[in-house]
Design a protein around this ligand. Structure first.
Ligand code: GAL
Length: 390
């Protein structure tokens, strides 16, 4: 059934929205509902030292909005309609960028909405070798390296450029990661393009080049809750993941190398299941990588996952070209943070679908490669598409 869904919804990765695009430098737009796509910019000053931190709002013609700050390339807010046409928040985050900089936030590390890299997910003991050379990365998650290290891409100020078209609103973010940063080899020139379309899709395009062989695995760490007005958590959200296998992990969440079948286990989301239905049978809750059943050729996007919130009727589909997805059910949230609408982010208040390569791939010869070499380009696309059903 999931495979049928996937092939029915196959989209070309290079699909571009048409319409003339003009690059804007001046802040002449307002944040009002409008008949055209809008990208607006607000300066927040130099929150982190010398670079200017900004907040951008992408708004489509129906009034859906996405807010992104150039600090950490963080998606701070996404407002989408419910089945009654009421717009509401669908991600976890803060209205004030300063709240992403507090000691509590940094030490707890939820990574709300951020781009994580150079390597999203874990690398065992922070070590890997590439072309005969050993590299050591920071170990910031027990014995392991997680989400790019102590000061990963989620804590960098990116250089932003807004691009406004007739049918799309885009934000282009660039970051040059120096050779040796967080222990990774090579200068990595990275860019992320966020696009809000008139079909209520948030499209994320990642691109990177290097001047030495290195490893890359970028993803977005948004937590979604599609019914924040009525739901105490996301346990009633119905999830489908188009994946017949998952990545088995040890106690420190490092892969064993096995990719067991989901059949007959609480990991089987090939047909829709409420998150809460079997979560109690999975130690710690869901926090694993699912291995997509790819039915498309390289460069095609396919439907990786679909989530429905019964209370609001909101639906989110995840289309991607990546081999896997980390489905994480906010198991480490503990009520420390209050975010949009004053809501307290308790355990399981949000879920993440982080499209990516598998954890610890640099040390797992059987996994798809995450090596990037000079002269080649890392390019990947993920689309979060929102709609409603009655
Ligand atoms: C997820 C990861 C979790 C946890 C979380 C951040 O990507 O799978 O184990 O580290 O990030 O709190």
């Amino acid at each position: 059934m999931a495979a049928v869904l996937a092939s029915a919804l196959m989209l070309p990765a290079c699909r571009q929205n048409t319409g003339s695009e003009t690059q804007e430098t001046a802040d002449t737009t307002t944040n009002q509902p409008t008949a055209t796509m809008k990208v607006t910019r607000e300066s927040l000053g130099t929150l982190t030292g010398n670079a200017e931190v900004e907040m951008y709002t992408l708004r489509n013609t129906s009034g859906a909005t996405v807010k992104i700050t150039n600090y950490g390339a963080i998606v701070t807010s996404i407002q989408m309609p419910d089945k009654n046409g009421n717009f509401g928040e669908v991600v976890l985050g803060f209205g004030n960028v300063k709240d992403y900089l507090t000691n509590d936030y940094l030490s707890s590390g939820p990574y709300f909405g951020a781009v994580v890299g150079r390597y999203g997910n874990r690398i065992a003991k922070g070590r890997f070798s590439l072309e005969g050379q050993q590299y050591t990365l920071a170990t910031n998650n027990g014995p392991n390296h997680l989400h790019g290290g102590l000061k990963g891409f989620d804590k960098k100020v990116w250089q932003a450029q807004k691009i406004q078209g007739d049918t799309t609103a885009k934000l282009h973010l660039m970051y040059r990661s120096p050779d040796g940063e967080e222990g990774y080899p090579g200068t990595l020139q990275t860019s992320i393009t966020y696009t809000l379309t008139d079909n209520n899709e948030l499209r994320i395009e990642y691109q990177a080049t290097t001047d030495k062989p290195t490893i890359v695995n970028l993803t977005n760490h948004s937590y979604f809750n599609l019914a924040q007005d009525s739901a105490a958590n996301v346990l009633d959200h119905q999830v489908t993941i188009n994946a017949g296998r998952y990545v088995a992990v040890d106690k420190t969440l490092i892969p064993t190398g096995q990719l067991p079948s989901v059949k007959g286990t609480p990991m089987d989301f090939t047909t829709p299941h409420a998150i809460g239905e079997r979560i109690g049978k999975v130690e710690g809750g869901y926090d694993h990588t699912w291995v997509f059943d790819r039915t498309g050729s390289d460069g095609d996007l396919f439907l990786g996952a679909r989530v429905v919130a019964p209370a609001s009727g909101r639906v989110m589909e995840v289309l991607t070209d990546q081999p896997g997805v980390q489905f994480y059910t906010g198991n480490f949230l503990n009520g420390t943070f209050r975010g949009h609408g004053g809501r307290t982010y308790v355990k399981n208040y949000g879920f993440c679908l982080e499209t990516q390569h598998f954890p610890d791939s640099p040390n797992q010869p059987g996994f798809p490669s995450v090596v990037l070499r000079p002269g080649t380009s890392y390019q990947t696309t993920t689309v979060y598409r929102f709609s409603v059903q009655q």
